[in-house]
Design a protein around this ligand. Structure first.
Ligand code: GLN
Length: 496
């Protein structure tokens, strides 16, 4: 079959199970395609032998009569998940050449279901960024317009899925890094409730915010991946929630309680925070999001005006808490235990200094300095503690909002993807673009991005859906109903 890349997760799984193709053929086809589109910069590492060995093992399981929704399906992992089969860099020179002795829980769980990893996907260094231009290796290009960023930090994952290099990928979201690149590349991505997916083996950025999730073309495909990825891992991640994984795919087919097939979202109250629709958001984005919301109304949903009054504060709060945690997490990269060590140094302190200065990029160094500053004696109360207090209020604002609605909707980002280089020298411009995703992360709530149409320059625009804790199923159901009625998620960029 020569059109294997056009199939999504479910389509590929069916083609492999029905023996129209094999896992080996699918892997070879997609590896060749990834190499043909290497200029996108989406991949950082391959290991063809390991991939094909796993594909052969999946084919053998199929031959023996086994079936799982992911058996033999190729996918790829953001290079922030540690993997035995591939090097792991977290997009940083400091981990160049690092090989983990174990697989991250998420990687292990998808592998156990028979998914076959094609390689590792580019990302911003330690997942710090909004345009994938902070990768120490190469920028990633947006397949909808290669002069533009794919979003970040899971930019390699989003670009690879959008360009049909792989049907699905893993990503991580600390302040928007699944939702924003999904929006910029016209794919579907979901960040689950904090703690839903194990952080074991995820290179830590900001531990109280980091969360893994799937990125794919459709909500239905995300549901397949999330069912395999989620679930408790208490022995290895103390922040993993003791809440069993659900069969999200089974939920999709069911209309909401009391709803009909014609009006599958009957009774669903969608809250629109007025702060998300203000002057800070570009007109083309607002218009696209509004048109998508009109479609949700046609499916039976009602729109309610709500307020998330501390939305603006989420930027300073996040950019205190995340760097604070990063400065602590990144202290393990000292030139001794992991990765890069300076070739020449005078004494131990000089070795630390040189190793870290040489191998951490400018954004990572900036955040280590900010984080160290806000945690230091004399500033802790003024910055870090204050930020934690406001974080609590932000979470409470969501709970008040959920008294009036079932899900919250709005834009994912204030603009479509910008030009590569446009914001590279302006960290604040990058931070401000995170305005609509940060508060969800600070509250630990699940959020997703659903392709909603196209804005300026023909670039994709995502609609953000945010649910209450553990409402991943309801979010996927809502997005799926929309995707049954629209075809935005099926569009491919020209030439892919
Ligand atoms: N853009 C945000 C940052 O730079 C979010 C990144 C993320 O979610 N990993 O921190």
């Amino acid at each position: 079959m020569s059109d294997l890349h056009t199939l999504g997760v479910a389509g590929l799984a069916a083609a492999i199970a029905e023996k129209k193709t094999s896992s080996v053929e699918a892997a070879q086809h997609l590896l060749a395609r990834a190499k043909a589109h290497a200029t996108l910069g989406a991949y950082l590492a391959f290991n063809e032998d390991a991939t094909l060995a796993r594909a052969r093992a999946a084919d053998a399981r199929i031959a023996a009569g086994e079936r799982t929704p992911l058996l033999g399906v190729p996918l790829a992992h953001k290079d922030i998940f540690v993997t035995k089969d591939f090097p792991t860099t977290a997009g940083s020179k400091i981990l160049e050449g690092y090989r983990s002795p174990f697989d991250a829980t998420v990687v292990q769980r998808l592998g156990a279901q028979g998914a076959v990893s094609l390689g590792k996907l580019n990302c911003d260094e330690f997942a710090m960024g909004s345009g994938n231009d902070n990768s120490a290796y190469s920028p990633v290009h947006n397949p909808w317009d290669v002069a533009r960023v794919p979003g970040g930090s899971s930019g390699g994952s989003a670009a690879a899925v959008a360009a049909r290099l792989v049907p699905a990928a893993t990503g991580t979201d600390t302040g928007g890094s699944i939702r924003q690149p999904a929006s910029f590349c016209g794919i579907t991505g979901i960040k689950p409730t904090y703690g839903r997916c194990s952080r074991y083996g995820m290179v830590a950025f900001a531990s109280s915010l980091d969360q893994a999730g799937p990125m794919a073309r459709s909500a239905a495909d995300c549901a397949v991946l999330l069912s395999a990825m989620a679930g408790p891992d208490i022995d290895r991640d103390s922040t993993s929630l003791d809440h069993p994984a659900e069969d999200y795919s089974a939920l999709l087919g069911k209309p909401r309680e009391g709803a009909s097939a014609a009006l599958p979202l009957q009774g669903l109250r969608i809250g629109l925070p007025k702060e998300f629709f203000g002057g800070g958001c570009a007109g083309d984005v607002i218009a696209t999001v509004r048109a998508a919301l009109a479609e949700y109304e046609k499916l039976g949903a009602t729109l309610v005006d709500i307020s998330l009054p501390r939305t603006e504060l989420s930027i300073p709060v996040y950019y205190i808490i995340a760097p604070a945690e990063a400065s602590s997490n990144l202290s393990r990269f000292d030139g001794v235990k992991f990765g890069h060590r300076a070739a020449k140094y005078d004494d131990l302190i000089d070795m630390y200094k040189k190793s870290r200065s040489e191998a951490f990029g400018p954004e990572v160094q900036r955040r280590i300095m900010i984080g160290t500053y806000v945690l230091s004696h004399g500033y802790y109360d003024a910055y870090y503690l204050k930020a934690q207090q406001i974080r609590r209020l932000i979470a409470q604002d969501f709970q008040s909002a959920f008294e009036r609605c079932d899900v919250i909707a709005g834009p994912v980002a204030p603009t479509v993807a910008w030009k590569i280089g446009e914001k590279s020298d302006d960290p604040l411009a990058n931070y401000l673009a995170d305005i609509y995703t940060l508060s969800t992360s600070l509250a630990g709530l699940p959020g997703m991005s659903v392709p909603a149409g196209f804005g300026a320059g023909g670039m994709p625009v995502g609609l953000q859906l945010v649910g209450n804790y553990f409402q991943e199923g309801a979010l996927l159901q809502t997005a799926h109903a929309f995707q049954q009625a629209t075809d935005w998620h099926t569009r491919a960029p020209q030439g892919y």
